[in-house]
Write a new protein. Structure first.
Length: 249
C-alpha cells in the first residue's frame, strides 16, 4: 500500500506513478490527517511512504499520523522522499522510525523534483519544472523496480553536513520557522475557499470571505501555490515569485 502526503503535487505525482507500476493502491494521507481518521489499515504488500522532504526529514505531521495509526499485514516499509535538492540524513530517522513501528526498513529513495518552498526559496518556471519532473520519473521508476523485486533501495552515505541538517537544523526549523503568522491575502482574494480545501491539516477557515490561518501550519505551500488569483503572500519572501504546482504529464 502506498501512503502519500503532498502539498503541491510532486509526491502525489510520484505516488501515482508507483501505484501504476506496482499495481498497488495509493492513499492520500491528507484526507486522513485532515479528518483526524486513524482507523486500522491493512496491506499484504509493503508499505511505501511517499512524502515531500521537510527540513531533511519526513514531515513530522506524517510520522505523527503513522504513530497514531495501526497498519496491519506487511512489515516491510519503503520511503520515497521527493525533494528540491537533498534529503540529508533522513534515512537514519526512517530506519529508527521503522524500529519503533516494528517494521523492516527497506530503504529511502531520494527523488529530486522542483522546489516548492517559496516561503524561503524560488520555484522553477514551468518549462524547467517539466524537465525536472521528466528526469525524476526515471528515478521513480527505478525505485519502483527495486520495490517490485522485493529488494532494498540503494542509499547514499550520509555526511556530517547531512547529519546536522536532519538533526539540529530540522529541530530548530520546526520550532522557530514553521508558523502561519506571515500568511496574508491581497485584495485579489475572491474568497473562493480553495485554500481551505487544499490545506491538508485543516488550518485554514474562511472568516468574512477571507482565509484565516490557525496554529497547525506545516508550511506545505498548498494554500499559497494553489490560489487561483495568487492573492496569498508569505511576508515579503513570496512576493513576485512563481507559484508552483506539479505540472501535468
Ligand atoms: C516546509 C518545506 C521544507 C522543505 N525542505 C526541503 C529540504 O530539506 N530539502 C529539499 O531538498 N527540499 C525541501 N523542500 C522542497 C520539497 O521537499 C519539494 O519541493 C517536494 O518535492 C514538494 O513535494 P510536494 O509537491 O508533494 O509537496 C521543502 C519544502 C517545504 C514546503
Amino acid at each position: 500500500m502506498i501512503l502519500y502526503f503532498s502539498g503541491t503535487g510532486n509526491s502525489e505525482h510520484a505516488a501515482k506513478k508507483l501505484e501504476a507500476q506496482l499495481g498497488d493502491t495509493a492513499l492520500n494521507l491528507a484526507y486522513y490527517i485532515k479528518n483526524d481518521i486513524h482507523k486500522t489499515i491493512h496491506s499484504e504488500k509493503p508499505w511505501v511512504i511517499v512524502v515531500p522532504t521537510y527540513a531533511w526529514q519526513v514531515p513530522h505531521i506524517v510520522t505523527g499520523w503513522l504513530r497514531q495509526t495501526e497498519l496491519t499485514g506487511s512489515h516491510d516499509a519503503y520511503f520515497v522522499m521527493t525533494c528540491g535538492d537533498g534529503i540529508g540524513n533522513a534515512s537514519a530517522y526512517n530506519r529508527a522510525f521503522c524500529k519503533e513501528k516494528g517494521w523492516t526498513y527497506r530503504g529511502t529513495a531520494k527523488i529530486v523534483m522542483p522546489e516548492n518552498y517559496i516561503a524561503m526559496f524560488d520555484a522553477p518556471d514551468l518549462e524547467t519544472s517539466k524537465r525536472i519532473v521528466k528526469a525524476a520519473d526515471r528515478i521513480i521508476s527505478r525505485a519502483g523496480n527495486y520495490i517490485l523485486q522485493g529488494g532494498n533501495l540503494p542509499e547514499e552515505k550520509a555526511t556530517l553536513k547531512d547529519k546536522i541538517l536532519s538533526g539540529p537544523i530540522n529541530t530548530g526549523f520546526n520550532r522557530f520557522y514553521v508558523k502561519a503568522t506571515k500568511f496574508y491575502t491581497k485584495d485579489s482574494c475572491t474568497g473562493c475557499g480553495l485554500c481551505e480545501n487544499y490545506c491538508p491539516v485543516n488550518n485554514i477557515s474562511l472568516k468574512n470571505g477571507r482565509p484565516v490561518w490557525g496554529d497547525f501550519c506545516t508550511h506545505c505551500m498548498a494554500c499559497i501555490c494553489h490560489c487561483p488569483t495568487e492573492a496569498i503572500e508569505y511576508g515579503k519572501t513570496s512576493v513576485g515569485k512563481v507559484r508552483y504546482t506539479c505540472p501535468e504529464d
